[in-house]
Design a protein around this ligand. Structure first.
Ligand code: FES
Length: 108
């Protein structure tokens, strides 16, 4: 059994050279909202859900991006509603939310 039931990584990378990065597309807001929701649900921690910051995950063209393990599902989220749906369905019930799934071809 894994230490966390689900582990989410949000890219919060920012770049100062003008190149595209998740931080320019609401990544911090998405991360903060997800973290707050998981905490409010009482599911944060060992045996539950861990929400972590990450640097560049090399899929910048789809930013902002987050990935959920152990399913290894990549999401590109637009707003709090997307995060709410990912928390309510995927993180709590293990259902993949198809609409914000990042297409496999999207890279850097
Ligand atoms: S900057 Fe977010 S995946 Fe690269």
């Amino acid at each position: 059994m894994s230490y966390y039931q689900r582990h989410v990584f949000f890219c919060l990378n920012q770049r100062d050279n003008g190149e595209n990065a998740c931080a320019q597309h609401g990544a911090k807001e998405g991360f903060d909202h997800c973290k707050a929701r998981v905490k409010a649900e009482g599911t944060a921690g060992p045996g539950g859900v861990r929400v972590n910051k990450a640097g560049c995950l090399d899929r910048c063209a789809g930013g902002p991006v987050a990935v959920v393990y152990p399913e290894a599902v990549w999401y590109t989220y637009v707003d709090r509603n997307d995060i709410d749906e990912i928390v309510d369905r995927h993180l709590k019930r293990g259902e993949v939310v198809e609409r914000p799934v990042l297409p496999p071809s999207v890279g850097r």
